[in-house]
Write a protein of this length. Structure first.
Length: 257
């Protein structure tokens, strides 16, 4: 009956019915799995542009944004968009606040804070991400680049983990709500490294006060000079082994801080 109504032959219908899935359809199915994973990791808040960014920048997939939009539309996947009179859940932090502005700890590698700063040079702007141990107030890892990307903060975190090798689920890494820290790629690398993510409240000047204090001291004492503004190499020289704010305890070697 269906073949007669559609004006197709029975052999053609049976051939279509038993035809294997095309390579393109298989590729779309695999890509849709990645899209669902990225969307779920974002607490179902990412739309097509941010999902595409995570696929290309975070996972290294080579895919066109129009293809991502089409697959998400066909699968009924959509991000959270701002509605008048309602708070936007997409602005919520991706991690809970585990610090509550209590930056005093009793041992190394219990609490790290991280942030990004900008430094002008004669050759253009440089951006630096650093990780500071709250016990010794010592930089345990940093990364420098000409762009503010997720890779910038991921490299700083990776350098800290490689240098300190903290036990899994024992070190809290506290940051602000910058897009580099709320990205899917950074969150995944954070969990893979066994670190506990933490983010404070929005608009709180004391939320990441220790890291802001470090940047201010470094800028005032080391970089706000004629040579510091002109030489691009001045920034990494300032960060190698730098600390600020306290003197190391006499019974604790600096190498253990």
């Amino acid at each position: 009956m269906a073949c007669r109504v559609l004006s197709v032959s029975r052999s053609g219908y049976k051939d279509w019915l038993g035809r294997p899935t095309s390579i393109r359809e298989q590729s779309n199915a695999e890509l849709l799995k990645l899209i669902r994973a990225v969307h779920a990791e974002s607490r179902f808040s990412y739309g097509a542009p941010r999902v595409h960014a995570e696929l290309t920048l975070g996972l290294g997939e080579r895919v066109n944004h129009k293809r991502v939009e089409r697959l998400m539309r066909e699968a009924g996947i959509q991000g959270i968009h701002r509605r008048r009179g309602h708070r936007n859940p997409a602005g919520e932090p991706t991690e809970e606040d585990l610090v509550q502005c209590a930056f005093e700890v009793q041992a190394p590698d219990l609490l790290w804070v991280t942030d990004i700063t900008e430094h002008p040079t004669a050759e253009g702007k440089l951006y630096c991400a650093a990780v500071l141990d709250c016990f010794s107030r010592r930089v345990v890892g940093h990364s420098i680049d000409i762009r503010q990307t997720s890779e910038l903060v991921i490299d700083a975190m990776a350098a800290s983990v490689t240098r300190r090798k903290p036990p899994a689920d024992s070190t809290v890494l506290h940051s602000d709500h910058g897009p580099q820290f709320t990205s899917w790629a950074f969150g995944k690398r954070l969990r893979d490294a066994g670190l506990l993510g933490s983010m404070g409240t929005v608009g709180d000047c004391f939320d990441n006060a220790m890291m802001e204090s470090f940047w201010g001291t470094m800028q005032l004492e080391l970089l706000d000079t004629k040579n510091g503004r002109q030489e691009p190499n001045s920034l990494p020289q300032c960060l190698n082994g730098s600390s600020v704010g306290i003197t190391h305890s006499e019974d604790i070697p600096v190498s253990e801080c």
